[in-house]
Design a protein around this ligand. Structure first.
Ligand SMILES: NC(=O)c1ccc[n+]([C@@H]2O[C@H](COP(=O)([O-])OP(=O)(O)OC[C@H]3O[C@@H](n4cnc5c(N)ncnc54)[C@H](OP(=O)(O)O)[C@@H]3O)[C@@H](O)[C@H]2O)c1
Length: 238
Protein backbone atom coordinates (compact mmCIF):
# COMPACT_ATOMS: atom_id res chain seq x y z
CA UNK A 1 0.00 0.00 0.00
CA UNK A 2 1.34 3.46 -0.90
CA UNK A 3 1.45 6.03 1.90
CA UNK A 4 0.49 9.69 1.86
CA UNK A 5 0.26 12.37 4.54
CA UNK A 6 -2.15 15.23 3.90
CA UNK A 7 -1.60 18.25 6.16
CA UNK A 8 -4.95 20.04 6.52
CA UNK A 9 -7.46 17.32 5.68
CA UNK A 10 -10.38 17.99 8.03
CA UNK A 11 -12.42 19.91 5.44
CA UNK A 12 -12.53 21.22 1.87
CA UNK A 13 -9.87 20.18 -0.64
CA UNK A 14 -7.79 18.19 1.88
CA UNK A 15 -10.71 16.08 3.04
CA UNK A 16 -11.80 15.36 -0.55
CA UNK A 17 -8.19 14.45 -1.38
CA UNK A 18 -8.03 12.04 1.58
CA UNK A 19 -11.18 10.36 0.25
CA UNK A 20 -9.63 10.17 -3.27
CA UNK A 21 -6.45 8.53 -2.01
CA UNK A 22 -8.39 6.11 0.18
CA UNK A 23 -10.59 5.19 -2.80
CA UNK A 24 -7.38 4.33 -4.69
CA UNK A 25 -6.35 2.16 -1.74
CA UNK A 26 -3.57 4.34 -0.35
CA UNK A 27 -2.88 4.44 3.36
CA UNK A 28 -3.63 8.06 4.29
CA UNK A 29 -2.35 10.07 7.27
CA UNK A 30 -4.58 13.08 7.82
CA UNK A 31 -4.01 16.11 10.05
CA UNK A 32 -5.79 19.23 11.24
CA UNK A 33 -6.84 20.92 14.48
CA UNK A 34 -10.43 19.64 14.58
CA UNK A 35 -10.14 16.26 16.30
CA UNK A 36 -13.82 15.37 15.77
CA UNK A 37 -13.53 15.73 11.98
CA UNK A 38 -10.35 13.61 11.88
CA UNK A 39 -12.09 10.89 13.93
CA UNK A 40 -15.18 11.04 11.74
CA UNK A 41 -13.20 10.35 8.54
CA UNK A 42 -11.21 7.62 10.29
CA UNK A 43 -14.45 5.93 11.36
CA UNK A 44 -15.83 5.98 7.81
CA UNK A 45 -12.58 4.63 6.28
CA UNK A 46 -10.94 2.63 9.10
CA UNK A 47 -8.71 0.53 6.79
CA UNK A 48 -7.19 3.53 5.02
CA UNK A 49 -7.06 6.47 7.43
CA UNK A 50 -4.77 7.33 10.35
CA UNK A 51 -4.53 10.75 11.94
CA UNK A 52 -2.60 13.22 14.09
CA UNK A 53 -4.26 16.31 15.54
CA UNK A 54 -2.03 19.40 15.69
CA UNK A 55 -1.82 23.10 14.84
CA UNK A 56 0.82 23.83 12.16
CA UNK A 57 1.56 27.17 13.94
CA UNK A 58 2.77 25.31 17.04
CA UNK A 59 5.95 23.49 18.08
CA UNK A 60 4.82 19.91 17.50
CA UNK A 61 4.92 19.71 13.71
CA UNK A 62 7.91 17.43 13.31
CA UNK A 63 7.10 15.14 16.26
CA UNK A 64 3.57 14.65 14.93
CA UNK A 65 4.76 13.97 11.36
CA UNK A 66 7.34 11.47 12.66
CA UNK A 67 4.56 9.72 14.66
CA UNK A 68 2.36 9.60 11.60
CA UNK A 69 5.15 8.19 9.40
CA UNK A 70 5.76 5.51 12.03
CA UNK A 71 2.05 4.64 12.17
CA UNK A 72 1.88 4.49 8.36
CA UNK A 73 5.08 2.42 8.13
CA UNK A 74 6.83 4.83 5.75
CA UNK A 75 5.96 7.64 3.39
CA UNK A 76 5.72 8.04 -0.40
CA UNK A 77 4.01 11.42 -0.69
CA UNK A 78 3.46 14.46 1.53
CA UNK A 79 0.85 17.06 0.60
CA UNK A 80 0.95 20.39 2.46
CA UNK A 81 -2.60 21.64 2.04
CA UNK A 82 -3.20 23.51 5.28
CA UNK A 83 -3.92 27.15 4.58
CA UNK A 84 -5.28 30.31 6.13
CA UNK A 85 -6.45 33.44 4.37
CA UNK A 86 -8.73 36.36 5.12
CA UNK A 87 -9.21 39.69 3.42
CA UNK A 88 -6.97 42.20 5.18
CA UNK A 89 -8.08 45.42 3.57
CA UNK A 90 -7.25 47.51 6.64
CA UNK A 91 -3.95 45.61 6.93
CA UNK A 92 -4.88 43.77 10.13
CA UNK A 93 -1.72 42.36 11.79
CA UNK A 94 -3.53 39.39 13.42
CA UNK A 95 -4.70 38.22 9.99
CA UNK A 96 -1.30 38.75 8.41
CA UNK A 97 0.49 37.03 11.31
CA UNK A 98 -1.82 33.99 11.19
CA UNK A 99 -1.42 33.78 7.44
CA UNK A 100 2.37 33.86 7.69
CA UNK A 101 2.55 31.33 10.54
CA UNK A 102 0.35 28.88 8.65
CA UNK A 103 1.30 29.35 4.99
CA UNK A 104 5.00 30.23 5.45
CA UNK A 105 6.36 28.96 8.81
CA UNK A 106 4.26 25.77 9.01
CA UNK A 107 4.78 25.04 5.33
CA UNK A 108 8.56 25.58 5.38
CA UNK A 109 9.13 23.54 8.54
CA UNK A 110 7.10 20.54 7.36
CA UNK A 111 8.24 20.59 3.73
CA UNK A 112 11.88 21.06 4.79
CA UNK A 113 11.55 17.96 7.00
CA UNK A 114 9.82 15.96 4.25
CA UNK A 115 12.48 16.82 1.65
CA UNK A 116 15.32 15.75 3.95
CA UNK A 117 13.38 12.59 4.84
CA UNK A 118 13.01 11.75 1.13
CA UNK A 119 16.72 12.48 0.49
CA UNK A 120 17.57 9.80 3.09
CA UNK A 121 15.03 7.44 1.50
CA UNK A 122 16.44 8.18 -1.97
CA UNK A 123 12.99 8.95 -3.41
CA UNK A 124 9.66 10.62 -2.67
CA UNK A 125 7.13 13.22 -3.70
CA UNK A 126 6.06 16.54 -2.13
CA UNK A 127 3.01 18.51 -3.23
CA UNK A 128 1.64 21.72 -1.74
CA UNK A 129 -1.47 23.77 -2.36
CA UNK A 130 -0.42 27.31 -3.14
CA UNK A 131 -2.86 29.38 -5.21
CA UNK A 132 -3.35 31.36 -8.39
CA UNK A 133 -3.01 34.27 -5.93
CA UNK A 134 0.74 33.53 -5.89
CA UNK A 135 1.04 35.18 -9.34
CA UNK A 136 0.87 38.83 -8.17
CA UNK A 137 0.48 41.05 -5.11
CA UNK A 138 -3.03 41.67 -3.79
CA UNK A 139 -4.29 44.81 -2.03
CA UNK A 140 -7.19 42.77 -0.57
CA UNK A 141 -5.02 40.15 1.16
CA UNK A 142 -1.34 41.12 0.86
CA UNK A 143 -0.05 38.46 3.27
CA UNK A 144 -2.08 35.69 1.59
CA UNK A 145 -0.79 36.30 -1.94
CA UNK A 146 2.76 36.86 -0.62
CA UNK A 147 2.63 33.64 1.44
CA UNK A 148 1.47 31.64 -1.57
CA UNK A 149 4.26 33.19 -3.68
CA UNK A 150 6.72 32.04 -0.98
CA UNK A 151 5.40 28.49 -1.27
CA UNK A 152 5.66 28.50 -5.05
CA UNK A 153 9.19 29.90 -5.03
CA UNK A 154 10.32 27.47 -2.28
CA UNK A 155 8.97 24.50 -4.22
CA UNK A 156 10.80 25.58 -7.35
CA UNK A 157 13.96 25.67 -5.24
CA UNK A 158 13.31 22.12 -4.04
CA UNK A 159 12.66 20.97 -7.59
CA UNK A 160 16.07 22.28 -8.66
CA UNK A 161 17.70 20.83 -5.52
CA UNK A 162 16.31 17.35 -6.32
CA UNK A 163 17.53 17.72 -9.92
CA UNK A 164 21.05 18.63 -8.74
CA UNK A 165 21.06 15.74 -6.25
CA UNK A 166 19.99 13.47 -9.13
CA UNK A 167 17.30 11.97 -6.90
CA UNK A 168 13.77 10.95 -7.96
CA UNK A 169 12.09 13.39 -5.55
CA UNK A 170 9.13 14.96 -7.32
CA UNK A 171 7.70 18.38 -6.49
CA UNK A 172 4.18 19.46 -7.43
CA UNK A 173 2.88 23.00 -6.98
CA UNK A 174 -0.95 22.92 -6.88
CA UNK A 175 -2.47 26.26 -7.88
CA UNK A 176 -6.25 26.39 -7.48
CA UNK A 177 -8.36 29.25 -8.79
CA UNK A 178 -11.70 29.09 -6.95
CA UNK A 179 -12.83 25.84 -5.33
CA UNK A 180 -16.17 25.66 -3.53
CA UNK A 181 -15.04 25.56 0.12
CA UNK A 182 -15.33 27.99 3.01
CA UNK A 183 -11.89 29.34 2.06
CA UNK A 184 -13.18 30.68 -1.29
CA UNK A 185 -14.14 34.26 -0.47
CA UNK A 186 -15.32 37.33 -2.34
CA UNK A 187 -18.45 38.08 -4.34
CA UNK A 188 -16.72 38.19 -7.71
CA UNK A 189 -16.01 34.48 -7.98
CA UNK A 190 -16.03 32.70 -11.31
CA UNK A 191 -15.09 29.25 -12.65
CA UNK A 192 -15.70 27.86 -9.14
CA UNK A 193 -14.88 24.15 -9.14
CA UNK A 194 -16.72 21.58 -7.02
CA UNK A 195 -14.36 20.23 -4.39
CA UNK A 196 -14.62 16.62 -5.68
CA UNK A 197 -13.60 17.72 -9.20
CA UNK A 198 -10.65 19.65 -7.76
CA UNK A 199 -9.51 16.64 -5.72
CA UNK A 200 -9.82 14.33 -8.71
CA UNK A 201 -7.68 16.64 -10.89
CA UNK A 202 -5.11 17.00 -8.11
CA UNK A 203 -4.90 13.22 -7.64
CA UNK A 204 -4.42 12.64 -11.37
CA UNK A 205 -1.84 15.42 -11.73
CA UNK A 206 0.20 14.13 -8.78
CA UNK A 207 0.08 10.58 -10.19
CA UNK A 208 1.48 12.03 -13.43
CA UNK A 209 4.22 13.76 -11.38
CA UNK A 210 3.32 17.16 -12.84
CA UNK A 211 5.47 20.13 -11.68
CA UNK A 212 2.58 22.58 -11.59
CA UNK A 213 -1.16 21.97 -11.53
CA UNK A 214 -3.83 24.55 -12.27
CA UNK A 215 -7.15 23.64 -10.67
CA UNK A 216 -9.22 23.59 -12.72
CA UNK A 217 -7.06 23.41 -15.84
CA UNK A 218 -8.54 26.54 -17.44
CA UNK A 219 -7.01 28.65 -14.60
CA UNK A 220 -3.67 28.33 -16.42
CA UNK A 221 -5.01 31.04 -18.73
CA UNK A 222 -5.78 33.39 -15.81
CA UNK A 223 -2.33 32.78 -14.29
CA UNK A 224 -0.70 33.61 -17.60
CA UNK A 225 -2.83 36.74 -18.16
CA UNK A 226 -2.22 38.10 -14.64
CA UNK A 227 1.47 37.21 -14.82
CA UNK A 228 2.17 39.21 -17.96
CA UNK A 229 -0.18 42.14 -17.25
CA UNK A 230 1.67 45.47 -16.96
CA UNK A 231 1.52 47.02 -13.46
CA UNK A 232 -0.20 50.10 -14.87
CA UNK A 233 -3.22 47.89 -15.69
CA UNK A 234 -2.86 45.32 -12.89
CA UNK A 235 -2.95 48.00 -10.15
CA UNK A 236 -6.61 48.68 -11.00
CA UNK A 237 -7.49 45.02 -10.35
CA UNK A 238 -5.08 43.58 -7.78
N1 LIG B 1 -10.92 27.13 -1.91
C1 LIG B 1 -10.28 27.90 -2.78
O1 LIG B 1 -10.89 28.57 -3.63
C2 LIG B 1 -8.78 27.95 -2.76
C3 LIG B 1 -8.12 28.67 -3.78
C4 LIG B 1 -6.75 28.73 -3.79
C5 LIG B 1 -6.00 28.05 -2.83
N2 LIG B 1 -6.66 27.35 -1.84
C6 LIG B 1 -5.84 26.67 -0.83
O2 LIG B 1 -6.29 25.34 -0.68
C7 LIG B 1 -5.95 24.87 0.63
C8 LIG B 1 -7.14 24.17 1.23
O3 LIG B 1 -8.16 25.12 1.48
P1 LIG B 1 -9.71 24.79 1.41
O4 LIG B 1 -10.29 25.69 0.40
O5 LIG B 1 -9.96 23.36 1.29
O6 LIG B 1 -10.19 25.38 2.85
P2 LIG B 1 -10.59 24.69 4.22
O7 LIG B 1 -11.78 23.82 4.05
O8 LIG B 1 -10.68 25.82 5.19
O9 LIG B 1 -9.34 23.76 4.59
C9 LIG B 1 -8.21 24.22 5.25
C10 LIG B 1 -7.53 23.04 5.93
O10 LIG B 1 -6.33 23.54 6.56
C11 LIG B 1 -6.36 23.17 7.92
N3 LIG B 1 -5.75 24.19 8.74
C12 LIG B 1 -5.98 25.54 8.71
N4 LIG B 1 -5.27 26.16 9.65
C13 LIG B 1 -4.58 25.19 10.30
C14 LIG B 1 -3.67 25.21 11.39
N5 LIG B 1 -3.32 26.35 12.01
N6 LIG B 1 -3.13 24.02 11.81
C15 LIG B 1 -3.47 22.87 11.20
N7 LIG B 1 -4.31 22.79 10.15
C16 LIG B 1 -4.87 23.94 9.73
C17 LIG B 1 -7.84 23.03 8.28
O11 LIG B 1 -7.98 22.14 9.39
P3 LIG B 1 -8.43 22.62 10.87
O12 LIG B 1 -9.28 23.83 10.73
O13 LIG B 1 -9.13 21.42 11.42
O14 LIG B 1 -7.15 22.88 11.58
C18 LIG B 1 -8.41 22.44 7.01
O15 LIG B 1 -8.29 21.04 7.04
C19 LIG B 1 -5.46 26.11 1.40
O16 LIG B 1 -4.06 26.09 1.46
C20 LIG B 1 -5.95 27.27 0.56
O17 LIG B 1 -5.15 28.42 0.71
C21 LIG B 1 -8.01 27.29 -1.79
Amino acid sequence: MKKVIIIGATSGIGRALAQQYAAHNWLVGITGRRRALLDELQQVLPDNILSECFDVRGDENIDCIKNLIQQLGGLDLLIYNSGYGEASESLNWEIDKNTTLNNVNGFAEIVNFAFNYFVLEGRGHIAATSSIAASRGSSFAPAYSASKAYMTNYMEGLYIKAFKLKLPIYITDIQPGFVKTKMAKGNKQFWVAPVEKAAQQIYTGIQQKKRKLYITKRWRLVAWLIGCMPLTIYKKLG
